[in-house]
Design a protein around this ligand. Sequence first.
Ligand code: FMN
Length: 178
Amino acid sequence: MTYENLFELLQNRRSIRYFQDKPIDEKVVEKILASAVLAPSVANTQPWHFHVLQNPELKAKMMECSCYGNFVTGASTFVVVTCDKAAKAATESTIWNPREMEYSCAIAMHCVMLAATTLDIGSCWVSLHHGPSHNILKLPDHHVVIGGIMLGYMKEAEKLPSGDHQRKPLPESVTYYA
Ligand SMILES: Cc1cc2nc3c(=O)[nH]c(=O)nc-3n(C[C@H](O)[C@H](O)[C@H](O)COP(=O)(O)O)c2cc1C
């Protein structure tokens, strides 16, 4: 097995914010989420929970909770990811840094975006204000809202490169130690 296409996938994933008015089949959403749960997690706690929103009213309410996401309703599917802080380690492992459960959810969110890209579905992480989004979904206290992901078939214009996607030169982000 070779993995060389991963580099191409990473290069091709970009945040997509404007979508066609075309629903994503339930089975396709399921395939994407089945890929997300393959993410690593601290002590294999798998603390993520994916709330799949397709109802326009619910998506509109969630848009009001977004920090910079007044386009959320344009996406056919909006997935809110929460971290279940009560999730248990798969073994007797101690979780030294509970924040790592939240990091695990963020990794799963990256998996969602990569899996969507392979299926030609656009995606974008949307920052959510925790309190209001927590209330809308009527979540228990032990769930923390990590963020949302818009999913949808992208508009043609979105396929063009955008300046937002530029990266700093690698040396600015890396330090090597002898
Ligand atoms: C934690 C996180 C929060 C983000 N929040 C938003 C957001 O609220 N609205 C938005 O339009 N994009 C959001 N983004 C997308 C970033 O703006 C985007 O990833 C960045 O500009 C790099 O572009 P690229 O994803 O196309 O490579 C977020 C990304 C991350 C990882």
